[in-house]
Design a protein around this ligand. Structure first.
Ligand code: SAH
Length: 231
């Protein structure tokens, strides 16, 4: 039998957690309005997802106070969770639909995957750092995100067993668009990827595949952590 102390402790925790949640809800609402909608993101599904997913559950405890701030935050191992606006922008630009299968390269905290999972049917996300990938998988499981699969691997090769994808979101800066990812993109599909030199400013690039032809569009300067290679 559980000790009454434990039960009382759990009850107190529940009571104590409630006002905090309200406080985070208000911050999240403000984030969507002032950082995301104000800068031109209009897709209602994207705004809804950004308003729903609790970003504070994806950042390290030391950064909780900044969880809804207008900037990227460290998530350990030299990696970062992207600025909320960039997550929303990248999600909107791929034109996500309910029936889509989406591949993400760079699971990191799992936040971008959770946002996508609110909108699309299936998200496959790859992370090269095992500790981050395992933590993201566990976090997403606890949050009940059943339509996300996390794989620990070098995302350069994509995920052939799950391909083709309606859209691909790359959240690490690559020096070129990995050919396996192009191959795994459906015809009519869209890929968003920061392209450029690691540690410098890169260009967020939209890659489209139409009738077998590839077109690219440079959208805006961004700064992402480098796309790594290797196991
Ligand atoms: N989408 C993440 C942002 C993570 S930052 C989020 O929402 O939190 C980019 C991530 O890409 C880092 O975790 C980094 O380890 C990972 N990464 C870098 N190169 C990679 C590669 N070749 N394959 C898979 N993941 C990679």
């Amino acid at each position: 039998m559980k000790s009454p102390c434990l039960i009382l402790g759990a009850a107190l925790l529940l009571v104590a957690a409630a006002p905090e949640d309200v406080h985070y809800d208000a911050r999240r609402e403000a984030m969507v309005k002032s950082q995301i909608a104000a800068r031109g993101v209009t897709d209602p599904a994207v705004l809804r997802a950004m308003a729903t997913v609790k970003r504070h559950l994806f950042v390290p405890e030391a950064y909780l106070a900044d969880a809804y701030g207008d900037r990227p935050l460290p998530i350990g191992y030299g990696q970062t969770i992207s600025q909320p606006y960039i997550v929303a922008y990248m999600t909107e630009i791929i034109r996500p639909r309910n029936e889509h299968r989406v591949l993400e390269i760079g699971a990191g905290s799992g936040y971008q995957a959770a946002i996508l999972a609110e909108i699309v049917q299936k998200v496959c996300t790859i992370e090269i750092i095992p500790e981050l990938g395992n933590a993201a998988r566990e976090r997403l499981r606890k949050l009940g995100c059943q339509n996300v699969e996390v794989r620990i691997a070098d995302g350069y090769d994509g995920w052939p067993e799950q391909a083709p994808f309606d859209a691909i979101v790359v959240t690490a800066a690559a020096e070129h668009v990995p050919p396996p990812l192009l191959k795994q993109l459906k015809d009519g599909g869209r890929m968003i990827i920061p392209v450029g030199s690691p540690f410098l400013v890169q260009t967020l690039t939209l890659v489209e595949k139409k009738g077998g032809r590839i077109t690219t569009n440079q959208l805006m300067p961004v700064r992402f952590v480098p796309f790594r290679r290797g196991p």
